[in-house]
Design a protein around this ligand. Structure first.
Ligand SMILES: CC(=O)N[C@H]1[C@@H](OP(=O)(O)O)O[C@H](CO)[C@@H](O)[C@@H]1O
Ligand SMILES: [Mg+2]
Length: 596
């Protein structure tokens, strides 16, 4: 027996050797409780000594994980690997790790953790993420992990090993950071790292969710689910609705990132949607430079590769990791300005469509019949939502909730509804359906189809079910959102011009101000009000009061070392002027020369 145990331990050492990948690892046991034994501790000590943290830099798990210059990130990514493995042990579920810096410049990179639901890492674990990322020595790192493992009651003994799916975007730094993540994962006994290759961020989140729900979860399954549900929506379009104008092709800007490449694959499975992909990264363009959703939404000008030849055409821009989507059209050859359809207008289009289907579903002819299930339908926005969009949504009679910036807040809020639509103005968003509503919908659909195949009610139920499959339930997904937009525009018979005119955006301006310490700004009321430093909010209010329909707020960015200033007003000049006065206030109160 004694001999048997020592053989087992020997096998363990071979399997978890940090220089090797653990692709073939199987579950095994080190200790039967939530204490890390000496072997586990020395494994972390040894491997982490090869990833010293950068000097003089404090990293924080911000709005969307850790993000910084890629050269600073090896140690952080290694430690995020450890965190992901612990999270998997704790939840007995598959966890995701995505290496991306989204719309940031190509020299940056980042890492974020996908929780078992496919959503963002639970906020409860963020302080631990911050603490281990900044631990100065391997010894301190081990101490923090040891304390956390006890506090969270994480057991290293168990029938399931930890499993982490890894994805990365197209950044050149991704490969070496992936290796660092694997080594972090491999330094936790029983953890298995599975490299899923180069993916869009939403694909990785989708796979994590699908794996944990026991559903088909490969990349091919993802494309199949999207294309089949898209086809279903197209087949349900009322006869005669298709107009010529909208049958024109769509031109998509891939931000020289991963989205273009993936759309080329998806496109082959969509016979009913002509798409031309530009800025796919193959033609030598630089990731996110003068291209992509962030550039288009913030600058409101045509991205590189687009111009007067595209006047009047329906165009879409993705960001570098394909979780944001905006549409635009080029109104004339005379300038490089665009008509922008931002996340707020995508949200409005989705809300209109869902509302229409819900109302058809509850009617029989002209009579309201089905009161047996009242779907709670809500819309979630942030302070960056254009004021005109909020007015429009209110006028549709929808319930609107505001949260702080960051998908983790919006998603959490949307999950409170049977159907919750959330979007950031920058184009990140999705529609969440509750399990309860979906199971009611499936039953209703079966009832309706057994009675009569062709009723409007049945079609509305089928459409809602198709939307729930097309739209990514884990995070905002530019590819699936683009397909839903295309299906709805065809359903409504709308051109992009009709969509642009749904409401008139209030002119707005966003600025960034570098300050000595951005954490000095603390906000409240979904970031619409500054609590500290004292006095600045009153000064901002004085500026706002000078403008018709003036609105302005400031907040510290979670992804860049800046304070963001947002302003809107009745004219562009007024919005620009309000933004610049508020930026001056930020500099006065918080700039490098400010009295602190
Ligand atoms: C004004 C703005 O667009 N802010 C973005 C940006 O966050 P900041 O915390 O503002 O840097 O990146 C986040 C992650 O992609 C996104 O969720 C958020 O909406
Ligand atoms: Mg992104």
């Amino acid at each position: 027996m004694q001999e048997y145990i020592s053989i087992r331990i020997f096998v363990i050492i071979v399997f978890v050797h940090p220089w090797k990948t653990t692709k073939n690892a199987t579950p095994f046991y080190l200790s039967g409780n939530n204490d890390m034994d000496e072997r586990q501790k020395s494994l972390i000590l040894n491997s982490s000594s090869r990833f010293p943290p950068p000097q003089g830099v404090r990293l924080s798990y911000g709005t969307a994980g850790f993000r910084a210059d890629a050269l600073l990130l090896e140690s952080t990514v290694f430690r995020a690997g450890i965190l992901a493995a612990l999270r998997s042990l704790k939840t007995h579920s598959v966890i995701g790790l995505m290496i991306t810096a989204s719309h940031n410049k190509v020299s940056d990179n980042g890492i974020k953790v996908a929780d078992p639901s496919g959503g963002m890492l639970t906020q409860d674990w963020e302080p631990f993420a911050d603490a281990i990322a900044n631990a100065a020595t391997p010894e301190h790192l081990v101490q923090l992990i040891d304390e956390f493992v006890k506090k969270e009651n994480i057991h290293f003994h168990g029938v399931r090993s930890a499993e982490i799916l890894l994805g990365r975007d197209t950044r050149p730094s991704g490969e070496s950071l992936l290796e660092a993540a694997k080594q972090g994962i491999n330094s936790i006994v029983g953890a298995l790292a599975i490299d899923m290759g180069i993916l869009t961020t939403p694909q990785l989140h989708w796979m994590v969710r699908a794996r944990n729900k026991g559903m088909k979860a490969t990349e091919v399954d993802y494309y199949e689910q999207l294309s089949v549900s898209f086809r279903c929506l197209i087949d349900l379009i009322p006869n005669g609705q298709k107009i010529h104008e909208i049958e024109d092709k769509l031109v998509m800007d891939g931000a020289n990132g991963i989205g273009g490449e993936k759309m080329e694959v998806l496109k082959k499975m969509l016979d009913c949607l002509p798409i031309e992909v530009r800025n796919s990264g193959k033609g030598g363009g630089i990731l996110n430079e003068g291209v992509g959703a962030d550039y288009v939404q913030k600058e409101k000008v045509v991205p590189q590769g687009f111009g007067f030849k595209d006047v009047g055409i329906r165009c879409a821009s993705l960001d570098g990791d394909a979780d944001r989507l905006v549409y635009f059209s080029v109104p004339s050859c005379d300038s490089n300005m665009i008509d922008l359809v931002d996340g707020d207008k995508i949200l409005s289009l989705f809300a209109l469509f869902i509302k229409e289907q819900l109302s058809v579903l509850s009617m029989d002819g002209n009579e309201k019949i089905s009161d047996d299930y009242r779907a709670r339908f809500g819309v979630i926005q942030t302070a960056y939502a254009n004021g005109a969009s909020t007015d429009y949504l209110k006028q549709l009679g929808l319930e609107i909730v505001f949260t702080p910036t960051g998908v983790k807040y919006l998603h959490e809020q949307a999950a409170q509804y049977d159907i919750g639509i959330y979007f950031e103005a920058n184009g990140h968003g999705t529609i969440l359906f509750s399990e309860c509503f979906l199971s009611w919908l499936e039953t209703r659909c079966n009832e309706l189809s057994s009675k009569n195949q062709d009723t409007e009610q049945h079609k509305a139920a089928l459409r809602l079910l198709a939307v729930s499959k097309l739209i990514n339930q884990a995070v905002g997904d530019a590819l699936s959102n683009l397909l839903l937009v295309e299906a709805i525009l065809q359903h409504m018979g709308w051109s992009i011009h009709k969509w642009v005119e749904l409401y008139q955006d209030l002119p707005s301006r966003q600025l960034k101000v570098k300050v000595a310490d951005r954490t000095a700004v603390v906000t409240a009321n979904a970031e619409t009000m500054v609590v500290t430093p004292p006095g600045i909010q009153d000064a901002i209010n004085v500026e706002i009061a000078k403008y018709t329909r003036g609105r302005s707020f400031i907040r510290p960015s979670g992804t860049e070392d800046v304070i963001r200033v947002y302003a809107e007003a009745s004219t562009q000049e007024a919005a620009d002027s309000l933004a610049s006065s508020v930026a001056k206030l930020v500099d006065q109160f918080l700039g490098f020369g400010s009295p602190r």
